[in-house]
Design a protein around this ligand. Sequence first.
Ligand SMILES: O=C(O)CCC(=O)C(=O)O
Length: 401
Amino acid sequence: MADVDARYGNEKISTERVDFVREEYKRYKRKKPPPDFSEVIDFQDPATFGGRVEELDLKDRALRSKFGLKRSTEWQAYKLSSCPGFMFIVNPFLPGAQHYWTLRCMMDFPRKPNVCNLDAHVTLDPSKSVWEESTGEKSDLMERLRWVHLGYHFDYNVVDYKSEKYYEFPSDLAGLTRHIANAIGYPDYSPEAGIVNYYPLGGSMGGHTDHYESDLSWPLISLSFGQSAIFLIGGATRDIRPSALYIRSGDLLIMSGESRTAFHAVPRIMKVGEENEAPPSLKWQKSLEALIRLYGLDASDMNEDVRNVCKEKKDNINHASLNTAKSDFECKQGSEIDDLPCKPTETCDCNKLEFFGNSFRKNYVNQEEWRKFEIYLSKTRININVRQVHEKGKTVESNCP
Ligand SMILES: O=C(O)CCC(=O)C(=O)O
């Protein structure tokens, strides 16, 4: 099985100094016998912290709920004492939002003009996404998909950020990552380059640094969905022993400051749930309930094929919890920093993530269709890795055809 890290094959490794990045990578990648996981940091289990983890206070930059994220004051955020600037946010998404972002990665991002690893082997139909093209003789295309570039695209042997190699960065993902950057203290962030990585079970990514951007003072924002992984985060050189941590569906990881150019790797994908089952946060029922809750969608807003199912599910929703969820979306202007204008009404509509809801509706799938996505997610980890390339004010113009 081809590893995602084939792209880093040309990296020069010093043979003189001890390479702890490689050592830890091999240790956690090993299949037989499986490694001892007792040193892996699990941000959902403080018993594993062992003095290595500190809570991160994001309270002074309170942002309201947007792009499917909880209010930033509710995020469970951490930092590592060994790696200044590294931040970990435990799944800050509201129920249903992970469905939206994974759908974007499965159905929309792997589509022309975006460049992906398959371009080297097949001519892709520009009118279809890789997902749509994965039928008949080409039914293995999605399984062979390893990466898609967003915004800037380049050849890994020559990472050159040129304006002729830039396609429009997806506006919803730009909004989401700007919002995250704002919450951690980078209000002027401008996402310009992204890679969506698709890892099969058994896939991995070797140790490397992301240092090609001309301004490295902006954070790298990484979002993970689907299957879990072991992630290694080290330091400026390979002779610094990296820490191992678990990443689960929905978790956010930020590399800023010193950690922006730290060595990191993904030695192992960890299967969650039974065969052909997606992680719990990506199962069908949650998406349906979440649609009703999150976007305030009424059954009349939905198309015929889901209306009846929704009615059934809606009857099952506990009204008290629906009311709590509603008040969560109330916009209390003045008490929170706002990065978009917001009407100070009691049940402010802008908090229903208007355009977010619309795109979800455009992409809406029924239960049978979601099952196909669920099967894919039962054996795939998706990672979206977003970077600002240039210094402030030097952003390229879109070259989108
Ligand atoms: O999959 C991940 O979590 C890391 C991805 C990564 O390091 C990269 O794309 O450079």
